[in-house]
Design a binder for this molecule. Structure first.
Ligand code: NAP
Ligand code: ZN
Ligand code: ZN
Length: 346
């Protein structure tokens, strides 16, 4: 099926209108009209080749919300008209221990990314969600609760699950002091989820103008990290720090904010290694952990949780011809708090 999209034709180039053919709907596939696609900072890292060589033309986009338009003959999970979400991967081996336990993002053979990679047939380049139409195997898509608006839901498919998963894994909840580093697309979902779980939540931000929004989202405290004194005032305060920052920074400063046995969870992926002073870890028996998106069962659990608790992303809905400005503004931390493309404008 001919598909309209926006693509980067080469590394670091602007995105331009583009078209390509998606596969026919197979027996286990569902087809969807995309309603909205979020702009994740990972899209920008990959267009800019900040994570190494990438495949071009690239149609980014892995925060996809839409409506099912047709289903294959063997499909049981969806019917035409269902609201459907697609995230960061579209397939995996299905056979390794991690796939079998619903942790497809950690597939031992590597998950099949929604774009910037090959599909499992080894010859089709995966094309992402900045497009009007998508085809996916039913096992790798999720249901969107009826009560939530599709534009605010799209970012849940990456930003949402990426924070929900570590928040559950590290038992963020009542009695825990949690800090979220960076109030961007991921960070603002981290605030909403950690607050919903009952934790005491602090935002650590280099943008003082975001304080009012952070508090409106439910954060209990806001700390401007531009003031070096903040690192003294808040030393040894937090049980858990969720680091969603997309840029390089001095990680040791942030480790000093962990109390005894505290953990800093790395989620942001600037593409360069952090220089960790081992003393920052030893002094306080501190840990560094990492977490990558979430598996299909947990994506569904997260969306159902959002449906029950009325949680969606704060979005700026844009037309497709604004994507390049949206990239520039995201890099400057100037977005409230996720750009979402209205796919009808592609
Ligand atoms: P984003 O919307 O651009 O948010 C990043 C935030 O980091 C900014 O809003 C800003 O918050 C802070 N920041 C940016 N530059 C900074 C600087 N120079 N110094 C200090 N703070 C800075 O990006 P996102 O879409 O949330 O993604 C965040 C990171 O997570 C990216 O690296 C992305 O690739 C990665 N990611 C990881 C996963 C995973 O599975 N682990 C999944 C998706 C994305 P303040 O203005 O509040 O300081
Ligand atoms: Zn993402
Ligand atoms: Zn696997």
């Amino acid at each position: 099926m001919n598909t309209r999209a926006y693509a980067a034709m080469k590394a670091k180039s602007e995105l331009v209108p583009f078209s390509f053919d998606r596969r026919e709907v197979g027996a286990h596939d569902v087809a969807l009209d995309i309603s909205y696609a979020g702009i994740c900072h990972s899209d920008i890292h990959q267009v800019h080749e900040e994570w190494g060589p990438a495949i071009f033309p690239m149609v980014p986009g892995h925060e996809i919300a839409g409506v099912v338009t047709s289903i294959g003959s063997s499909v049981t999970k969806f019917k035409v008209g269902d609201r459907i979400g697609v995230g960061v991967f579209v397939d995996s081996c299905r056979d390794c221990d991690n796939c079998k336990s619903g942790l497809q993002q950690y597939c031992e053979q590597g998950m099949t990314g929604t774009y910037n990679g090959m599909e499992r047939d080894g010859k089709t380049v995966a094309m992402g969600g900045y497009s009007n139409y998508f085809v996916i195997n039913e096992d790798y898509a999720v249901h969107i609760p009826e009560n939530l608006p599709l534009d605010g839901v799209a970012p849940l498919l990456c930003a949402g699950i990426t924070l929900y998963s570590p928040i559950k894994h590290w038992n963020v909840g009542p009695g825990k002091k949690v800090a979220v580093m960076g109030l961007g697309g991921l960070g603002h979902m981290g605030v909403k989820f950690a607050v919903a779980m009952g934790a005491e939540v602090t935002v650590l931000s280099h943008s003082p103008n975001k304080e009012k929004d952070a508090i409106a989202m439910g954060a209990h405290h806001f700390v401007s990290t531009n003031d070096p004194a903040a690192f003294k005032v808040h030393a040894r305060e937090f049980d858990i720090i969720l680091n969603t920052v997309s840029a390089e920074l001095d990680i040791n400063q942030y480790l000093s904010l962990l109390r005894l046995n505290g953990t800093l969870i790395v989620i942001g992926l600037p593409g360069k290694p952090y220089a960790v002073e081992v003393g920052s870890l030893l002094n306080g028996r501190r840990s560094i952990g990492g977490s990558m998106i979430g598996g299909i069962p947990q994506m569904q659990e997260m969306l159902d949780f959002c449906g029950k608790n009325n949680i969606v992303s704060d979005v700026e809905v844009i037309k497709a011809d604004y994507i390049n400005q949206a990239y520039e503004r995201t890099v400057k931390s100037d977005v409230k708090y996720r750009f979402v493309i209205d796919a009808s404008t592609i």
